[in-house]
Unconditional design. Structure first.
Lengths: 425, 126
């Protein structure tokens, strides 16, 4: 690896040095791309893994239970070994397609100004960001002490700063649950976790290990309806949720100095949108083919920029493939266009990739809209797969054998999740 | 005389509601588990509940002021807070390489070592 050496011409340029970018860079090298560049805006590669100090990463992909920093370092070491150029503190401001079919990537660096790089293929791996207070419009004053759970995680785990002393958390996704435990172990008092839905959006093991172990109350079907305090948060108002709306006649105040928001993630696609590629309303990410190529030739996407994953292992697997396809493309290999469109049907929020070709093994990632158990996944009339349960927090991974799609003679293939006997909708 | 304890299994995301029946310290039955992991978890939880611990410690002379660490063996559940609080006082100096043992046998538990989860280079003045 050559740190901060930026050359004029690359086979593959990877935008983002988190888990998706790292694996995509490796995939591109494995596919034979000689010159691979990985760009990241932070001072070091690794992405959000560096602040996820808890354990539980790598069980699928590496067959070991690692912490986030260990998982990141495992990949960084391999990227270094494979002579990928890594340039940090750099931003990609634009990507243009030239008439010769190559891409011009505009890179901004604080100490070097603007450079234009020539790339055979580009992989978008910018990840996602957290939804903020503005996204759900919590009424009240605008004091300090309202921040996203991931930002609090960065403060605590990297910068050694505590966001407050008495913490309330809105949203019971895994980041919120993990921060409840983390702040408790750092000596803060977590007064409660409030969840709009009647079920937690986090893994059960996190509800048990992060809340129940420490006696932190989880209030389901409850939301925050007000934030109070002039300079600093002094209290919040919470109310039970009935039929989707807060019942303000039963509201109550909860004293606290900090409100953490763990209310969802959004793929970070400002750059992708500026390129004019096709998007999927279900994922809020680019539409991709079975080779993970966006609607722009030679521009690929993987990881959380494409759809929000719940396991980094899936990101790594998906990005390795994506990097491989980008590497092939940069060397001139063109695959036939996909001829099957996947249609999310009953209780399916989205499918990635959005199109498929027969004759190759395919992995399709999808997410359900509502919990259902037991149920069955129907791939048109081709396949029925029984599942013990599905929940929106868990990605459904469907592997399709190479010959399965040979039996399909249509253009649109619908995927449904239907209850089985004894199942609850 | 038989008594029961209830647990939610943490083996996988299904979260089976487990009911363990015991006479004194002896487990007589586990119900509610869809698979063997549930029965094993309930027995472990009843006899000797343990949890993993990862946290951060102060580091001087590195890019960041905190170094992520983990304990290489599960600790008794009711001593997790105590263990985390002990580590608040730990200070290390960069450079550190991943896997370095910073404390041996935390809480006197043989094999419960505190190790660095990443390397951090020395950065003077940074």
């Amino acid at each position: 690896m050559s740190l901060d050496r930026l050359q004029q011409r690359y086979d593959v340029v990877v935008v983002g040095g988190g888990p998706a970018g790292l694996a995509a860079a490796l995939g591109a090298r494995d596919a034979g791309a000689e010159r691979v560049l990985m760009l990241d805006r932070e001072p070091e590669a690794g992405g959000i893994l560096l602040q996820c100090i808890h354990s539980g990463f790598g069980l699928h992909h590496l067959k070991a239970e690692l912490t986030g920093p260990e998982y990141a370092e495992h990949f960084i070491e391999r990227v270094v070994d494979r002579d990928v150029d890594l340039v940090t503190r750099s931003y990609v401001s634009a990507i243009g397609l030239d008439s010769d079919g190559r891409h011009r990537v505009r890179v901004m660096r604080e100490d070097h100004g603007i450079s234009t790089i020539d790339a055979g293929a580009v992989v978008l791996a910018m990840g996602c960001r957290e939804r903020t207070r503005g996204a759900i419009r919590i009424p009240g004053t605008r004091p300090s002490g309202v921040l996203t759970a991931g930002l609090a995680q960065k403060f605590v785990n990297l910068m050694g700063l505590l966001p407050g002393k008495r913490i309330a958390i809105l949203g019971s996704g895994d980041i919120g649950l993990i921060m409840a435990r983390r702040l408790t172990l750092e000596g803060c008092e977590v007064v409660g976790v409030f969840e709009l839905m009647p079920y937690s959006n986090g893994l059960t093991r996190n509800v048990v290990q992060c809340l129940e172990d420490f006696g932190i109350p989880l209030h389901l079907s409850t939301t925050v309806t007000g934030i109070h305090g002039r300079d600093r948060v002094e209290k919040i108002t919470v109310a039970p949720v009935v039929d989707g709306a807060p019942d303000l006649s039963r509201k109550r105040d909860v004293p606290c100095d900090t409100l953490l928001l763990s209310i969802g993630l959004i793929p970070e696609n400002e750059l992708s949108q500026s390129l004019g590629m096709a998007f999927d309303m279900g994922t809020a990410g680019p539409r991709v083919s079975s080779t993970m190529m966006t609607s722009l030739p030679g521009v690929f996407a993987c990881g959380n920029v494409l759809h929000v994953h719940d396991l980094v292992d899936y990101v790594s697997a998906e990005a390795l493939l994506t990097g491989g396809f980008a590497g092939e493309y940069a060397q001139g290999l063109r695959r036939p266009q996909d001829n099957i469109r996947l249609v999310p049907g009953q209780n399916v929020a989205y499918c990635v990739p959005q199109t498929l070709s027969p004759g190759r093994e395919q992995t399709v990632y999808m997410r359900c809209r509502e919990p259902m158990r037991p149920c069955a996944l129907h791939v048109g009339d081709l396949l029925e797969k029984k599942l013990p349960f599905v929940v929106p927090a868990e990605t459904i991974v469907l592997k399709l054998k190479p010959d399965l799609l040979e039996r399909f003679h249509g253009e649109a293939l619908q995927i449904d999740l239907r209850p089985r006997d004894g199942g609850q909708p | 005389m038989s008594e029961t304890r209830s647990f939610v299994c943490i083996g996988c995301p299904i979260g089976c509601p487990l009911v363990l029946t015991h006479e004194g310290r002896e487990v007589t039955e586990v119900r509610g588990n869809d698979c063997d992991r549930g029965a094993k978890y309930a027995r472990q939880e009843f006899t000797d509940p343990r949890r993993s611990l990862s946290t951060t410690v102060a580091i001087a002379g590195a890019r960041w002021p905190r170094l992520p660490v983990k304990v290489t063996k599960q600790l008794p559940k009711d001593r997790i807070r105590e263990a985390a609080t002990l580590l608040h006082a730990l200070r290390v100096e960069a450079p550190v390489e991943r896997g370095r043992v910073l404390v041996k046998d935390l809480l006197g538990e043989p094999g419960a070592d505190v190790v660095a989860c990443r390397g951090m280079a020395r950065r003077d003045g940074g």
